[in-house]
Design a protein around this ligand. Structure first.
Ligand SMILES: NC(=O)c1ccc[n+]([C@@H]2O[C@H](COP(=O)([O-])OP(=O)(O)OC[C@H]3O[C@@H](n4cnc5c(N)ncnc54)[C@H](OP(=O)(O)O)[C@@H]3O)[C@@H](O)[C@H]2O)c1
Length: 279
């Protein structure tokens, strides 16, 4: 494992004592939980499959001596954030990682039930909005913390069979960048981690369903969750956006695409501020 976490100093001071990882039961989310717990930060583990979360709970408590809490909830349903709020109201949360968010399947827009797309809108738009509002308020009030939105390069443009996925992930990129500029002087780091294909159980299941040969091969030639999570935690203080793998591959001395996005955003704000007030 290449553990870039060694580069993160004082993570517990900056993002502890509790983190919430939404979408923790497999893949990138599980790796986030492991790496956050390894820094001594207590973890709230959230997804739909309670049994998988409980296994991870035992592992983290045994391996890292941290406290954990499990919340089993479907983030694509109304009322999910009320359940989360109730589950964390007594905790001093310093870090929120929103990792759930893949589409239920790849399909042209008109070939899937409308309900499926509306569920994806709730997962990637409505729930994200409500969660960032309610937990973001707490982070800003305490003046210290982090919000890491696991996004996708799909959020940078449209694609066949991914209309709602690209649409909802596009919302997350622009929303997250806006929160970064609003919270950057309030002690709260915001990062959109825009990734390309990663070897997650969801990807494997999609490959199997689409009869793609090699779906069960040990190595399918794409990044592993452990490395993606490490990059996300390393880059959290350097938002608003990290584009993987392009930013990682940019030679020293050249400007990373994520940095170009940050510069354009700051330029846009400089143009807008005189008309809306910089307060
Ligand atoms: N895999 C890729 O190639 C790829 C590429 C680009 C971006 N991404 C992004 O990376 C993130 C992780 O991707 P992933 O492939 O691991 O997929 P995922 O299917 O979004 O699963 C990630 C986690 O979220 C949970 N989850 C999914 N839907 C949920 C729901 N409705 N309510 C509560 N929890 C839910 C899953 O557990 P449960 O089943 O227990 O609920 C799992 O723990 C996503 O945001 C995805 O958009 C992935």
């Amino acid at each position: 494992m290449s553990n870039n976490n060694a580069n993160v100093t004082n993570m517990k001071d900056r993002y502890g004592p509790w983190a919430l990882i939404a979408g923790a039961s497999h893949g990138v989310g599980t790796e986030f939980a492991r790496q956050v717990a390894a820094q001594g930060i207590n973890c709230v583990l959230l997804s739909r499959r309670e049994s998988a979360l409980k296994e991870l709970q035992t592992e983290l408590e045994n391996d890292h001596g941290v406290q954990t809490r499990v919340i089993a909830v479907d983030l694509s349903t109304e009322g999910a954030v009320d359940i989360i709020e109730a589950g964390v109201k007594d905790l001093d949360l310093g870090l929120v990682i929103y990792n759930a968010g893949a589409p239920p399947y790849a399909s042209e827009f008109l070939k899937a039930p409308l309900d499926a797309w509306q569920g994806l809108v709730r997962l990637n738009v409505t729930t994200v909005t409500d969660l960032c509002y309610k937990l973001g308020q707490r982070l800003v009030e305490r003046g210290r913390g982090g919000l890491l939105l696991v996004g996708s390069q799909a959020g940078l443009g449209g694609n066949k069979k991914y209309s709602m996925y690209t649409g909802t992930k596009g919302f997350m990129v622009n929303f997250g960048e806006s929160l970064w500029i609003e919270w950057k002087d309030k002690g709260v780091d915001v990062l959109n981690l825009l990734i390309s294909v990663v070897d997650s159980p969801t990807l494997r299941a999609q490959m199997k369903k689409s009869n793609i040969p090699g779906w069960d091969a040990p190595d399918i030639g794409v990044p592993k969750p452990v490395d993606i999570a490490a990059i996300g935690l390393r880059e959290l203080p350097h938002g608003p956006t990290f584009i993987h793998p392009e930013d990682e591959a940019t030679p020293a001395g050249e400007t990373r695409p994520g940095v170009t996005r940050r510069e354009s955003m700051l330029e846009r704000w400089a143009i807008t501020a005189p008309f809306v007030g910089d307060d």
